[in-house]
Design a protein around this ligand. Structure first.
Ligand SMILES: Cc1cc2nc3c(=O)[nH]c(=O)nc-3n(C[C@H](O)[C@H](O)[C@H](O)COP(=O)(O)OP(=O)(O)OC[C@H]3O[C@@H](n4cnc5c(N)ncnc54)[C@H](O)[C@@H]3O)c2cc1C
Length: 259
């Protein structure tokens, strides 16, 4: 990536005005993904003066600012105290600590990466995204809407529930991109999510319907999951192998959240 200029903005209005001024102006999170590509950026818009680096317990939900780093999320006592610390554990599997000190939550969600560990685990909960100037939508809706929302992701809100949860990242070597991610949560209802298919994470609705209507045969649930799961091949592995992995880890995850 090459950028012509860098502006550290002092307000939302300024950030948004700059973003709309040219399709070549980009919001800067940690810059790790932006840097990897060869985009020609005109102005990089830095949000670090906008107070977006907080993780707050707001009673019924946890609010995470979009400039919070992955490492801050991983080590937060608020996040560790939610659903057995599953979000913290999932994030801890991304590269090394120095990488996670730089990568931001905003950049990690906005990009809708198929391989995202964070998106997979968050989709197992009720998560809302707040965009400036005036849009709020669920993470699920954001992922299902084609393209990227034309605004600034400011906060991520995670609804607090008394949940048990499971997360598994399968990769060929420890620092690799995942070849499959599985996340399961059980609160009042179940949520079953598979990511790195290699498409972006998705809930498995038929499997959840079976479980949420009293289905208690986890082997059967895993079979339903494999039937409805849409996978593809990638350079790293074949879709058929992803299905086999999903079957094993969904059954295992269901056992885990029912202990
Ligand atoms: C080498 C490498 C390996 C990786 N491996 C993994 C892995 O194994 N698992 C995994 O889950 N992830 C992995 N990732 C992705 C990484 O965890 C981050 O999700 C990614 O780098 C984006 O975060 P960032 O802060 O660097 O975003 P940036 O690069 O700064 O931004 C990414 C995109 O989001 C936009 N953006 C950023 N913030 C906002 C905002 N607040 N509002 C609107 N738009 C915004 C930017 O304009 C840009 O288009 C990897 C990334 C790299 C570079």
């Amino acid at each position: 990536m090459k950028a012509n200029s860098f502006v550290s903005v002092g307000s939302w209005q300024e950030a948004y005005k700059l973003l709309k001024a040219s399709p070549k102006n980009k919001i800067l999170g940690g810059g790790l993904w932006l840097k990897k590509g060869n985009a020609q950026v005109d102005t990089l818009i830095d949000l670090s003066r906008l107070n977006l680096n907080k993780i707050e317990d707001k009673g019924s939900f946890i609010e995470v600012g979009s400039m919070v780093s992955q490492r801050e999320l991983e080590t937060s006592s608020i996040i560790k105290g939610f659903a057995g610390g599953v979000i913290s554990k999932a994030v801890s599997k991304i590269m090394g600590p120095s990488f996670r000190n730089v990568a931001t939550i905003g950049g990690s969600i906005y990009g809708k990466y198929g391989f995202s560990d964070l998106i997979t685990v968050l989709l197992a909960f009720d998560v809302e995204l707040q965009f400036y100037p005036s849009k709020t939508m669920s993470l699920d809706e954001y992922l299902k809407t084609p393209g990227f929302y034309d605004g600034i992701l400011t906060h991520v809100r995670i609804k607090k529930e008394d949940a048990k949860a499971f997360f598994k990242k399968v990769c060929i070597t420890a620092l690799d991109y995942p070849i499959l991610n599985v996340a399961i949560s059980k609160a009042k209802t179940y949520k079953v999510v598979v990511g790195s298919r290699p498409l972006v994470a998705t809930t498995l609705d038929k499997t959840m319907e079976y479980l949420n209507n009293g289905g208690a045969d986890f082997k059967k649930a895993a079979e339903i999951a494999v039937e409805e799961l849409k996978v593809g091949d990638s350079m790293a592995t074949k879709g058929e192998y992803r299905k086999q992995l999903a079957k094993v880890y969904i059954e295992r995850g269901l056992e885990e959240v029912n202990k």
